[in-house]
Write a new protein. Structure first.
Length: 171
């Protein structure tokens, strides 16, 4: 399969992921987040970095991932919003379409897309590479928030604003 066909398949899968994570969800009370512009969080707290997570209100795997990063010491500001708003955050922060997952986080000047393990986020913040962010495309089984009866191998990809990607970490 060519790289272009793989990217197309991944982009289609990303749309399915977004739909599965709340595309048909009932209206949620978004008064607490309405009108708030996404802001990259760069402050480091004594008990961990503060991150802002954008997700749909009904996505269980997103909630499980938030619990994972909280357990790792990150302070988290969750912004529940509908899918079009989450997609707008991804676009605003340069997440390539083929890397989309169900939630997007901002921390330390970086974008963290999808089910990235907390230790990899810590590594990113310590190393400070010249990238826009890191991503785990889709929803691979065994990644944080996607625990289940089996695990699959997956890569954490680093990406630049112009869409270049490279493997940052293997799992």
């Amino acid at each position: 399969m060519t790289r272009l066909r793989i990217r197309g398949a991944l982009a289609g899968a990303a749309l399915l992921v977004l739909a599965a994570c709340g595309g048909s969800a009932p209206e949620a009370d978004t008064a607490s987040t309405a009108g708030k512009a996404p802001a990259t969080q760069t402050a480091m707290a004594s008990d961990g970095a503060t991150m802002t997570v954008y997700k749909t209100p009904t996505c269980g795997c997103c909630k499980a991932w938030v619990d994972h990063v909280k357990a790792a010491g990150f302070r988290v500001d969750v912004r529940d919003m509908e899918n079009p708003q989450v997609a707008a955050v991804k676009a605003e922060h340069g997440v390539p379409g083929d890397l989309h997952s169900c939630h997007t986080a901002l921390v330390g000047g970086y974008v963290v897309e999808g089910h990235v393990p907390a230790p990899v986020i810590r590594k990113l913040l310590a190393e400070r590479p010249k990238v826009q962010g890191i991503a785990v495309p889709g929803m691979p089984m065994g990644s944080p928030g996607m625990e289940g009866p089996y695990s699959e191998n997956y890569d954490v990809l680093a990406f630049t604003r112009d869409g270049q990607t490279r493997v940052y970490s293997k799992h």
